[in-house]
Ligand binder design. Sequence first.
Ligand code: CP
Ligand code: NVA
Length: 306
Amino acid sequence: MQVRHFLQLTDFELSEFEYLFKRARTLKQRLGKGELYQPLRAKTLAMIFEKNSTRTRVSFEAGMNQLGGSAMFLSPRDTQLGRGEPIEDVAEVISRMVDIAVIRTFKQDVVERFAQHSQVPVINGLTDEYHPCQIVADIFTYIEKRGSIRGRTVTWVGDSNNVCHTWLQAAQLFDFSLRVCTPAGYEVAPERCGDPSHLECFTDPLEAARGADLVTTDVWISMGNEDEAEARRKAFADFRVDQEMMAFARPDALFMHCLPAHRGEEVEAAVIDGPQSVVWDEAENRLHTQKALLEYLIVGKIKDNY
Ligand code: CP
Ligand code: NVA
């Protein structure tokens, strides 16, 4: 059987996400009741991280432990990757020893090359292009709070980065409208726009937020963009999600942010710490949705969803 990978959202079908959401709900409830559930005993997750991480690292490590397995964190500092060992060779070797791998790196091409040489499933834990695990947790959180996201309007304000690109894929898969509002020079690249029926581009954040069901943003300076910090802070100055913007959205609109956040930059403290914000549940749901993903990729579908 061919090994399945999760390198971008489009690697899975809608029915698989529906299964994962159902499964994540079950795993979340069972964890809440303190039940021990360890289908991944003696399984090992290799975590190759070339960029910093709090949520992705902790949620995968804790999730793997809760499912009875163990996780191994590998940074370039202490592996031969840092001394130039080819990613293909690393994949050949590691995948003979572990049961699944998560990679956080710069170019999407690196996770793809790793997957091509891996005998075990590979998960994208963030690249410059995509952050699929984040959006799985975000959609799960939306559904948990408000029901189906189908037909809803999601407004993205800020940089058209990895998280935004993944929202774009999600809009097509889950059939909702995505409004992307960026300053000039930071628009979504035309090749990423996909089916135009799911995307509207804006330059005025208030217009973009009008009537939205969900407003979301991310840092102005992603990992790898540090050299552009000054220019970006200037360009994005009018693209901070603030209370005025939230007032244009629906009264029951939610606010999400993948975190880490910079209060006073991309989001006003009153919004991220306010009543419409669901950022803590969104972060927690990384754990539950990724546990469902690990279980699915290692043992497959659980028939009775026990
Ligand atoms: N949202 C997210 O992926 O956070 P980390 O960078 O802390 O993993
Ligand atoms: N766009 C951000 C997301 C961090 C989780 C980055 O790539 O740094």
